[in-house]
Design a protein around this ligand. Structure first.
Ligand code: SF4
Length: 104
């Protein structure tokens, strides 16, 4: 088990970015979000995940495939709800892993 700080830039004190920058992630070996890249490539037009993720974790790689940097996931579930093509297999990280919010 490893512990890494959030990569979000730490900006103005009190800002959302600053607060998110204080969060810590305990990384599991297995991703908790899996993308059906073939479904994304062939039937998805809107690609809502690129727009809705508050942590900006979705990208299209050089091969045109959708990718997600699940390690920084805030576990909000927005991408799952917005994926009209049901191309995501999404579950919470196993117990003890995932985001740990820091409230101060
Ligand atoms: Fe981004 Fe939320 Fe989906 Fe995590 S659950 S990848 S933070 S939209």
């Amino acid at each position: 088990m490893s512990e890494t700080p959030n990569k979000t830039p730490n900006k103005t004190p009190g800002s959302v970015d600053a607060k998110l920058g204080a969060d810590v992630f305990k990384l599991d070996q297995e991703p908790h979000i899996v993308i059906d890249v073939e479904k994304c490539r062939t039937v998805c037009i809107q690609r809502a995940c690129l727009q809705v993720c508050p942590a900006d974790l979705y990208e299209v790689n050089d091969q045109g495939e959708m990718t997600v940097n699940w390690e920084g996931c805030l576990e909000c579930g927005t991408c799952l709800i917005c994926c009209d093509e049901k191309a995501l297999t999404w579950q919470y990280p196993r117990g003890g892993f995932g985001v740990q919010y820091r409230m101060s």
